[in-house]
Design a protein around this ligand. Structure first.
Ligand code: EPZ
Length: 420
């Protein structure tokens, strides 16, 4: 296993290009199952998760080529309808092959994804939505065994205890596009990644309206054809790099970042006193003065994203004053707290709240990554800490960030990848 070693204290400067969105491309790769025609997907980041999804598509009978950021998916020789435990358990997002398999083949056998370090990650909303379309669902040996001989459009309320569900909305949408009749998904997820999936499906010939809003309407069609699509920029990577600029008191410009997808993140950082400017298609972040503490509550889009909570905590850890971070999507998503405190942060967890008391400085230390966004928060802390920080188990980071250490190095950071 590799680790990342960072010498803190360097102000980041320069220009960097944001990669395509992990959380947009994963369901879009799954959506290629809905047609036998060739699909071409561009701006695909080279990540552990995108490579895992390619492996799953190949196991399901697709012929998939992934080279230089472009995925070409065509029909393979045989079709398989089982996504096995080995692959699904490594990446929850692979559960979103269920919807397209049901939509196209009316049957599927997909392993339950199980939980992960940030929460129990249930799939009850996925199954509720698919059942509402007429799918018979049985749980056998840790697998969802689905058959849908008579799929039919329906009105589906998809809101859960923690609000809308991104991948459940994706799964139901991908089943409904080839399902006779009209489907309305109420309390649908509004994330830009869900809207990007809908745009891809529309290019394939699907009839979808209202994507990006809480009410999505789908008119089923008989067949979908191949399409070409460029993935939207990764708003969480962009947000992470914005915080890298602020935490190091630097001055960076992000290319290929979508300002409109960063609303809640920019709003909160400007409330803290940051200067973030849209400059002809790019975003410039120039540190001007000491930031102020702020309170954050994570919510479904367009609220403040849970995937930016850990990164914001690192910034508030070195911002004088008291900041309160409330996690409403995954109340246990605080694995980064203990590691940040090992670096001298003063963060106290109270249930779904983290009370962050800003300190004058963090001290470099050996820390351990536990999940994707916690890893990013530790790298951010290492950029500003005094001395050397080594972040181990960075395979977590590689799941969702394309060459993050190279991008930070290009901005002047003293950061190296080493063998554990
Ligand atoms: C997506 O996961 C993202 N992953 C997550 O990003 C992100 O944190 C999450 O949405 C929330 O924005 C991908 O898109 C691949 P949810 P998803 O269903 O769809 C509960 C990252 O770091 N829920 O929107 O699995 C659930 O427990 C990853 O890039 C149910 O109760 O999340 C959570 O509390 C981490 N029943 C809330 O809803 C269900 O059937 C939102 O989860 C499904 C979810």
């Amino acid at each position: 296993m590799d680790k990342i070693v960072i010498e803190g204290g360097i102000r980041l400067r320069g220009e960097i290009t944001v990669s395509g969105s992990k959380n947009a491309v994963l369901p879009i790769i799954a959506a290629t199952l809905l047609t036998e025609d060739a699909c071409i997907i561009k701006s695909v980041p080279n990540l552990r998760d995108t490579n895992t999804m390619v492996k799953i598509l190949r196991a399901l009978g697709k012929s998939v080529d992934f080279d230089k950021g472009v995925i070409t998916a065509t029909q393979g020789k045989n079709t398989n309808f089982t996504a096995d435990y080995k692959l699904v358990s490594t990446m929850r997002a692979s559960f979103c092959v269920l919807g397209p398999l049901i939509g196209r083949f009316r049957k599927a056998k997909v392993s339950l994804p199980g939980g992960c370090i940030i929460g129990i990650r249930p799939v009850d909303l996925h199954l509720k939505g698919l059942k509402a379309l007429g799918t018979e669902i049985n749980i056998e040996g840790g697998y969802v065994v689905a058959s849908a001989p008579k799929l039919k459009g329906n009105y589906i309320y998809l809101g859960g205890e923690y609000g809308s569900s991104v991948l459940a909305t994706d799964n139901v949408m991908m089943a409904a596009v080839l399902c006779p009749g009209k489907t309305v998904i109420e309390a649908a997820a509004c994330e830009p990644e869900v809207a990007d999936l809908a745009e891809f499906l529309i290019k394939m010939g699907a009839k979808i309206k209202g994507h990006g809003t809480p009410t999505i309407e789908i008119e089923g069609v008989n067949k979908l054809h191949g399409a070409e699509h460029r993935i939207i920029p990764d708003r969480i990577e962009a947000g992470t790099l914005i915080i890298a600029a602020l935490i190091t008191k630097g001055d960076i410009t992000l290319k290929n970042a979508s300002y409109k997808h960063l609303g809640a993140i920019i709003d909160k950082l400007e409330e803290a006193g940051a200067y973030i400017h849209k400059v002809d298609g790019s975003i410039r972040i120039c540190y001007k003065k000491q930031l102020k503490p702020i309170n954050i509550t994570t919510l479904p889009y367009p609220g403040f994203p849970t995937d930016m909570q850990a990164q914001m905590m690192s910034l508030m850890a070195v911002t004088p004053g008291i900041s309160v971070i409330t996690e409403k999507i995954y109340p246990d998503r605080f694995m980064h707290v203990a590691e940040l405190n090992r670096m001298g942060a003063h963060v106290q967890r109270e249930g779904p709240h983290a009370i962050v008391q800003g300190v004058e400085f963090l001290s470099g230390a050996p820390v351990m990554a536990s999940d994707l966004r916690a890893s990013a928060s530790l790298v951010l802390a290492g950029l500003v800490a005094r001395g050397k920080t080594s972040v181990s188990r960075i395979y977590h980071l590689e799941r969702g960030y394309e060459n993050l250490e190279k991008k930070l190095e290009a901005l002047g950071a003293k950061i190296l990848r080493e063998k554990e």
